[in-house]
Design a protein around this ligand. Structure first.
Ligand code: FES
Length: 270
């Protein structure tokens, strides 16, 4: 899923997170030296790196929040990871801001409680980094996939089911696109037997199927590899157990329309 907050296709959030991580860890090291070494110059360094880390955290949060609400599929395990990542980072921000307030000024020395608060804050950003790793390396948030024949994945928002979602010539064989209609995320893909529309939400943990690989007339979820037949939504391979919602389509003058009512499968995979 391509990041919305990007610079030349590179997600901005991972570029900026190094600011709070480096500055806050630096602040903790400076605080330790100031406390145990009784060096006043390190009081100054600790105080200002604490504040700079807080500013860096706010800057890093902005593209992170944008991607959380525009890229990460809702009702998915990645959205839960994203909320947890944001909550732990917010806690870290509060802790380090409180550490700066507690130190008081660049001329005051940090006390034991301040050191302890900073240490807990470092624990928070370490845990948050671990969740961030899950988001990036397992859920592939911010990873830009190319499709068969090196096509960039298309994404489109249409006002209603009465509007065409694409022209049939836009999709080559083995290619998919993501269409937003109201609150629905619908994948449209072409396989050897034509164009088919199906729910973008994997029935396992909500993975984005439009971002998966189209193999024959099957789609493989990018998160844990479940496979579905895109013609009828049937599960071909798990871990998903529930069949996928599919939609009938209509092609008029080359324009592809999705029928409003999905075909809701009424049974699990055998
Ligand atoms: S979300 Fe787990 S296989 Fe799709």
């Amino acid at each position: 899923m391509r990041s919305r907050a990007n610079l030349a296709s590179h997600p901005i959030h991972p570029m900026l997170v190094s600011l709070p991580i480096g500055l806050w860890i630096g602040a903790f090291v400076f605080s330790l030296i100031a406390y145990f070494g009784q060096r006043s110059a390190f009081n100054v360094a600790a105080f200002y790196t604490l504040i700079a880390g807080c500013v860096g955290a706010v800057l890093a949060a902005i593209p992170g929040v944008i991607d959380l609400f525009t890229v990460v599929p809702d009702r998915s395990s990645a959205r839960t990871h994203g909320y947890l990542h944001g909550a732990v980072n917010t806690l870290a921000l509060v802790l380090f801001a409180y550490a700066a307030i507690r130190q008081g000024s660049p001329y005051d020395a940090p006390d034991q409680i301040t050191l302890l608060i900073e240490l807990i804050g470092i624990g928070c950003i370490s845990y948050s980094g671990w969740i961030g790793g899950t988001l990036a390396y397992r859920n592939q948030i911010g990873v830009e996939h190319l499709q068969a024949n090196a096509g960039t994945m298309k994404e489109r928002t249409v006002e209603s089911f009465d509007r065409p979602v694409c022209n049939q010539s836009e999709l080559g064989e083995g290619q998919a696109m993501l269409v937003h209609i109201g609150s629905e995320r619908i994948a449209v893909a072409r396989c050897t037997e034509g164009i088919f529309a199906f729910s973008d939400r994997c029935t396992h943990k909500g993975g984005p199927l439009s971002d998966g690989a189209i193999i024959g007339c099957a789609v493989q979820c990018p998160w844990h590899g479940s496979q579905f037949d895109i013609r009828n939504g049937r599960v071909i391979a798990g871990p998903a157990e529930e069949h996928l919602k599919t939609y009938d389509i209509e092609i008029t003058a080359g324009e592809v329309y999705i029928r409003r009512q999905p075909n809701v499968p009424n049974r699990k995979a055998a």
